[in-house]
Design a protein around this ligand. Structure first.
Ligand code: ZN
Ligand code: ZN
Length: 370
């Protein structure tokens, strides 16, 4: 069957023939790939900075943002049946008995670094016609989410990030105890950095959680992203127009920064204006570059005097996938057009070159396999 993969040893990205997988254990499920989202991680793997083939292979099949349809289940699988739509998670546990995190199925907190990731690290991905996975790594998707469910995996970044914020902010009186659990951001200001898919989906989660939400991004408004964000009730600010100090004046106390830009310079500049009892969530992975200057004294002083927290988060656990599917349903009811417009292009598998190696365009581009 067809697959798109990288051959790091030859520095090649190509459409290749890959063996069709078969169910080999009672707990496994065979899935037909319907759609695979392309993101910056895939594009970086295609520059060979990371991305490693499984043992015994010279290639790695790409793709970690998948929507699939169950076509066959192992004898021990009871919660899925053929025809079900599913989204697989990405990270798989390390084999070590002493890794408390992986032993408890929290491989997003793996201690050893020997985890694998489908389509990224030592396990083939989903950019192929069929794949097999363990039932415990799949989350069911309701049929009404068929045309947007490929957004689940990038949305889990925000879901896990917000779950971390909820846990960490329990240490202080963050919200009135009478506030309903689904209105966690009531009266709070959130600043999102970046207006890519992770930033826009993050803004959506923040808005439905009650935050007054601002998005700080490069391009001048109006542009398609600023229009989309304003249509859902976010306030868009361009870095070209306003500097960080001006933003802090406009927003007031910045209670939460959700970083989805992957650039340290702007992220630390904004961290400097985080508010009292504020929390900053880093989700981006900057490429290694020369060291930069930051206002370290101001940042450290604020961390102490303003009880601030900076937390990094890598996705994601089962709750984040379930939360993403629940929230996609909420977004689809509230903003059907805006949500659908996040997917700016659907392409055939043989158009992989433009998507992976060409200039990045649009918001979220998807390869539709079926
Ligand atoms: Zn991705
Ligand atoms: Zn581990």
């Amino acid at each position: 069957m067809q697959a798109v993969g990288v051959i790091p040893g030859k520095r090649e990205v190509r459409l290749m023939e890959h063996h069709a997988p078969q169910i080999a254990a009672p707990s496994q499920v065979k899935i037909r790939s319907l759609e695979v989202g392309v993101c910056g991680t895939d594009r970086e793997i295609c520059t060979f900075v990371y991305g490693s083939p499984p043992d015994g292979f010279d290639y790695l099949v790409l793709g970690h943002e998948s929507l699939g349809e169950v076509i066959e289940v192992g004898s021990g699988v009871s919660q899925f049946k053929p025809g079900d739509l599913v989204v697989p998670s990405v990270r798989r546990p390390c084999p070590h008995a002493h890794c408390l995190a992986c032993q408890e199925e929290k491989q997003d907190f793996c201690y050893t670094g020997d985890f694998t990731e489908r389509g990224i690290k030592m396990t083939h991905g989903f950019l192929t016609e069929f794949y097999v996975d363990e039932d415990k790594y799949l989350t069911r998707v309701p049929p009404e989410l068929r045309d947007v469910a490929v957004l689940v995996e990038p949305l889990t970044v925000a879901e896990k990030g917000l779950a971390q914020v909820r846990k960490i902010q329990q240490r202080l009186p963050w919200i009135d105890p009478r506030t309903p659990a689904n209105n966690f951001g009531a009266g709070k200001n959130a600043l999102v950095l970046g207006a890519g898919p992770v930033g826009i989906l993050g803004a959506m989660v923040l808005i439905v959680s009650g935050f007054k939400t601002w998005v700080y991004s490069r391009s001048k408004a109006p542009n398609p992203k600023s229009e989309l964000l304003e249509s859902i009730g976010a306030r868009y600010i361009s870095c070209e127009i306003e500097n960080v100090d001006r933003i802090a004046e406009r927003v007031g106390n910045i209670d939460l920064i959700y970083e989805a830009v992957g650039v340290a310079k702007i992220s630390y500049d904004v961290l400097r204006v985080l508010g009292l009892n504020g929390i900053c969530v880093f989700t981006g992975i900057p490429a290694p570059k020369a060291a930069i200057g930051i206002d370290a004294d101001i940042i450290m002083r604020n961390l102490v005097l303003k009880n601030q927290v900076v937390v990094g988060t890598v996705n994601a656990d089962r709750e984040a996938f379930e939360g993403a599917i629940r929230d996609l349903g909420i977004f689809l009811k509230r903003w059907p057009d805006a949500l659908r417009s996040l997917i700016t292009g659907r392409y055939k598998i043989d158009q992989y070159r433009d998507l992976l190696l060409g200039k990045a365009t649009g918001i979220k581009n998807v390869i539709a396999l079926a």
